[in-house]
Write a protein that binds this ligand. Structure first.
Ligand code: HEC
Length: 136
């Protein structure tokens, strides 16, 4: 093998490793985000039932943080042959969750718990709308 060929082989191997490491890092990330979503959604529901504005605010911030994390993962990463055709629908779900959380933040600033609760219900609907697309 020539020096150039060896060099190319080295670069190729490093790239393979980088892709592998990236995939390994992102895969558990989605599941982690989902598990945290589930936890925070049940905690915010409790906060609404207690009618505690302060607790709802804490959970809204946590959920917004998770929504930001979800937006950072390229959808192409978890789409396969079957779900690829839903790319636009899936992107829309992610966008809507974020919009609802923004709206909830504003509702909480004006102390409108009814509006914030409606935002919560809309988010729940978006979770389900996305999961339906992944059902086999
Ligand atoms: C962009 C689409 C999308 C949205 C929006 C979404 N999910 Fe998910 N969710 C997924 C996918 C894909 C999986 C399967 C992950 C896997 O197992 O690889 C999943 C899995 C889950 C799981 C199971 C995790 C496990 O493996 O044990 C829970 C719980 C969950 N989601 C909760 C939620 C909640 C709560 C919301 C709303 C706040 C939400 N998800 C919004 C796509 C989505």
């Amino acid at each position: 093998m020539s020096k150039i060929q060896k060099g190319i082989k080295k670069i190729f191997l490093v790239l393979c490793f980088a892709c592998f490491a990236y995939a390994e890092n992102t895969a558990p990330n989605l599941v982690n985000i989902m598990l945290n979503f589930e936890k925070e959604m049940s905690l915010i529901q409790e906060a609404f039932l207690k009618n505690s504005q302060t607790l709802v605010e804490v959970r809204q911030r946590r959920l917004k943080n998770l929504s930001d994390q979800l937006r950072e993962i390229p959808t192409s990463f978890y789409l396969d042959k079957k779900t690829h055709k839903f790319q636009n629908l899936i992107d829309l779900r992610i966008m809507r969750i974020d919009e609802e959380l923004e709206a909830m933040g504003k509702a909480l600033k004006r102390k409108d718990m009814d509006f914030a609760f409606q935002n919560y219900l809309n988010i729940l609907n978006e979770c389900n709308s996305c999961h339906i697309l992944f059902r086999r």
